[in-house]
Write a protein that binds this ligand. Sequence first.
Ligand SMILES: Nc1ncnc2c1ncn2[C@@H]1O[C@H](COP(=O)(O)OP(=O)(O)OP(=O)(O)O)[C@@H](O)[C@H]1O
Ligand SMILES: [Mg+2]
Length: 304
Amino acid sequence: MTNASDFIKGNPDMTEDTLSLEEAAARIKVKAPISSIQQSVAEKPLLEVDGLNTWFPIKKGIFARTAGYVKAVNGVSFSMKAGETLGVVGESGCGKSTLSRTILRLEKAHSGTVRFMGEDVFSMKGQQLQQYRRDMQVVFQDPHATLNPRHSILDILTEGMLVHGLIKPGEAQDVAAQLLQDVGLQPDAMHRYPHAFSGGQRQRICIARALALKPKMIICDEAVSALDLSIRAQVLNLLMELKDKYGLAYLFITHDIGVVEHIADNIIVMYKGEIVERGTATDVLLNPQEAYTQRLIAAVPRVG
Ligand SMILES: Nc1ncnc2c1ncn2[C@@H]1O[C@H](COP(=O)(O)OP(=O)(O)OP(=O)(O)O)[C@@H](O)[C@H]1O
Ligand SMILES: [Mg+2]
């Protein structure tokens, strides 16, 4: 099975598709105005999850017979567009991380499909899979666990790009400085090691590492859950700035529905592996239909 750090390194061998919309339109002699092409590109789903089931077998007896399944993700379907932020909320154990790990191909689906830009993710291989691994990045909850303590920030940010020949060694410092600037850190931070940063700063470094491969989408799995409230707000603001700057889509996973209040366009609510409610963030938060969603909202602490 692919591990998370391999996944993060992404792929090297692909070249960027540098054809602009104008060039593409000229080549295929498209008569439609560019604005309508841009609109149709924006409206095409970036990620489509259809009837996804990720079940873990429950083994019993001395012969480890499969006696049943933990249906961690059960019949989940949704789609999201480029540049969209989709909040995935639900209590601990409802299957949020299993959903993200299945999309990332870190967990094997029992059945169902995941499509990214129209391509079937589970059957990708070779260069197509490598490209997917660059386009789809992830930021986990615990930056301690995902930053190698023996690597400098410069190494952490540029290792993947260097190994795969995306940049030349002489360019590493400039690239790292730009990434650090993007996430609100000073360029000299590149010469320090992970222990020399606060939790919030470490999470900024994880975000910078995710940005390094110029993804189209980032899965944030409880990415701000371990941060105190003021730092959490800063990191959420940073994520929103980066989304606007780079046109990123986020699948934003959290057990705390209050976290997605200010950032999600749409929300899905999960309970015991299934989606029990979905809608625009405004609809779900202001007019929740399900008692479960109402309880999640009521559980958000509010000052006063
Ligand atoms: N590898 C595995 N083998 C067996 N069961 C698993 C495995 N991974 C997850 N599960 C089970 O699947 C269910 C969903 O777990 P998951 O980690 O996806 O929940 P979650 O919503 O991310 O929870 P949290 O908010 O605490 O992170 C849980 O019952 C968990 O015990
Ligand atoms: Mg989880």
